[in-house]
Design a protein around this ligand. Structure first.
Ligand SMILES: Cc1cc2nc3c(=O)[nH]c(=O)nc-3n(C[C@H](O)[C@H](O)[C@H](O)COP(=O)(O)O)c2cc1C
Length: 165
């Protein structure tokens, strides 16, 4: 199998956020996709070892902050290479609460969801979310995963579904 074919799949770069007993937390993810428009439904794939997984299971809700090409790359590092188990990631990153959920202020748009179903794989949970709210935050081109790799020269850690050893 030529796994480099997987690199031809297109993604965006997002922060998936929720609450941990009243404390905002979340992780970077590339795996978010719209499943249907009516009722608006989005799926995200979150590793079992990511603290965010446990927090989404507990709250039954998550937000997707859609990062733009002009969003600070530091956000991707804070949310993608540290764990909310050990630190308060949102202390370093400006955010607002939209409806019930914390959203990164330096994102180009957000979508908030309520979990309506989930599917377990051996490593990741696919959460299916019914969209509660969505809006544009600022005018920017959404960051693609390819922009993250080729322009920002970013890496993907082990828990990202796209990780190849
Ligand atoms: C660019 C990028 C994409 C990522 N995509 C995902 C993803 O789709 N799903 C996932 O579970 N982890 C993904 N990760 C890894 C998590 O963000 C990372 O394991 C994080 O430290 C988990 O934090 P937590 O323990 O606070 O949840 C990605 C990381 C980066 C940098």
């Amino acid at each position: 199998m030529n796994k480099s074919a997987f690199h031809q799949l297109s993604y965006g770069v997002y922060v998936i956020s929720t609450w941990d007993k009243g404390r905002a937390t979340g992780c970077t993810a590339n795996s978010a996709m719209q499943i249907t428009s009516s009722p608006a439904t989005i799926a995200v794939s979150i590793n079992h070892d990511n603290y965010t997984n446990q927090c989404i299971q507990d709250t039954g809700k998550f937000a997707i902050s859609i990062l733009g090409e002009h969003s600070s790359p530091g956000i991707i590092g804070t949310f993608g290479f540290k764990s909310g188990k050990d630190c308060n990631k949102f202390d370093e990153v400006e955010h607002t609460v939209k409806g019930y959920l914390p959203v990164v202020s330096d994102a180009c748009a957000y979508i908030t969801c309520e979990v309506v179903d989930k599917m377990e794989t051996s490593t990741h949970t696919v959460f299916l979310g019914r969209v509660l709210d969505a809006d544009i935050l600022k005018k920017d081109a959404p960051m693609t995963y390819s922009y993250y790799h080729n322009v920002i020269k970013g890496r993907s850690p082990k828990n990202a579904p796209t990780y190849i050893e």
